[in-house]
Design a protein around this ligand. Structure first.
Ligand code: NAD
Length: 254
């Protein structure tokens, strides 16, 4: 069991990569605190973990709202006494070249994808510092490092998350807290289906074009990213600090 007795908090764990990570973490012995803004989705994740014999609770919070996040962390500590792993996974897509993006859309993507990493980290860090360590995993994207069409706002947020990860690592290394980033390529989740719906009329052609951009000539699955998250959560990655971890089917070389 690679996460035996570890308390893990995963934001946006009601769907896609977060949900898959919650399942995998629980199967490796973790107590999983499932967060999502959508209660029915979060409860579904918890029910599936419990049905498989794992340990999980659902805590609803909007990662963009300070009071909501502070309450979630308080409840998590009251219930579990500590948080060993924080996976800042919740995020939304942002479609459009820069001149097409309305100011409200821009703000929403910035708020969920950047403030949504800042706030859970802000409230969890004092507990990790007091308990003598922990692992924080921030969800970036391969788009932080390569140019992709009509993703201006989204790319800006994922670049910011990568920079934030390195900065956090320097500040919290003295407390034995590791902070690393995941950089997935295109992973088939509801998030990508939403992006495809908004961007293309011919979905099949769009999927074929996305596949051809990755050396793998295939799209990733949520489990592919969950396995990388498990590695960063566990002590197996103890020598990784402030690192970007690519799970992208080779898209950066495409
Ligand atoms: P998804 O849409 O399947 O799941 C995201 C979850 O986050 C949803 O359950 C949603 O309700 C929740 N959420 C959204 N806003 C929230 C908020 N304010 N507070 C709490 N929860 C909130 O998405 P996914 O594809 O699994 O993506 C997860 C993360 O991975 C995102 O940060 C995304 O940017 C990143 N990512 C995804 C891909 C991909 O191809 N799918 C690639 C690179 C990075």
């Amino acid at each position: 069991m690679r996460l035996a007795d570890k308390v893990t908090l995963i934001t946006g764990a009601g769907s896609g990569i977060g949900q898959s990570s919650a399942y995998l973490f629980a199967s490796e012995g973790a107590y999983v605190i499932v967060n999502d803004i959508q209660p029915e989705k979060g409860e579904e994740t918890v029910a599936a973990i419990r049905a498989a014999g794992g340990k999980a609770i659902f805590l609803q919070a909007d990662v963009t709202d300070p009071a909501s996040v502070a309450r979630m962390v308080e409840q998590a500590i009251a219930q579990c006494g500590r948080i060993d792993v924080l996976f800042n996974n919740a995020g939304i897509s942002g479609v459009g070249a820069l001149h097409e993006v309305e100011p409200e859309q821009w703000e929403r993507v910035m708020t969920v994808n950047i403030r949504g990493v800042y706030l859970p980290s802000k409230y969890v860090l004092p507990h990790m510092m007091a308990q003598g360590g922990g692992s924080i995993i921030n969800m970036s994207s391969c788009i932080a490092e390569i140019g992709l069409a009509r993703r201006a706002s989204y790319a800006a947020t994922k670049g910011a998350v990568l920079a934030l990860t390195k900065s956090m690592q320097v500040d919290y290394a003295p407390y034995h807290i590791r902070v690393n980033a995941l950089l997935p390529g295109t992973i088939l989740t509801p998030f990508v289906e939403d992006y495809l719906r908004k961007s293309y009329t011919d979905q099949e052609a769009a999927v074929a074009s996305l596949k051809s951009r990755q050396l793998s000539n295939d799209l990733g699955r949520p489990e592919d990213v969950a396995k990388a998250a498990l590695f960063l959560a566990s002590d197996e990655s103890k020598f990784m600090m402030g690192s970007p971890l690519y799970i992208d089917g080779g898209v950066v070389f495409g």
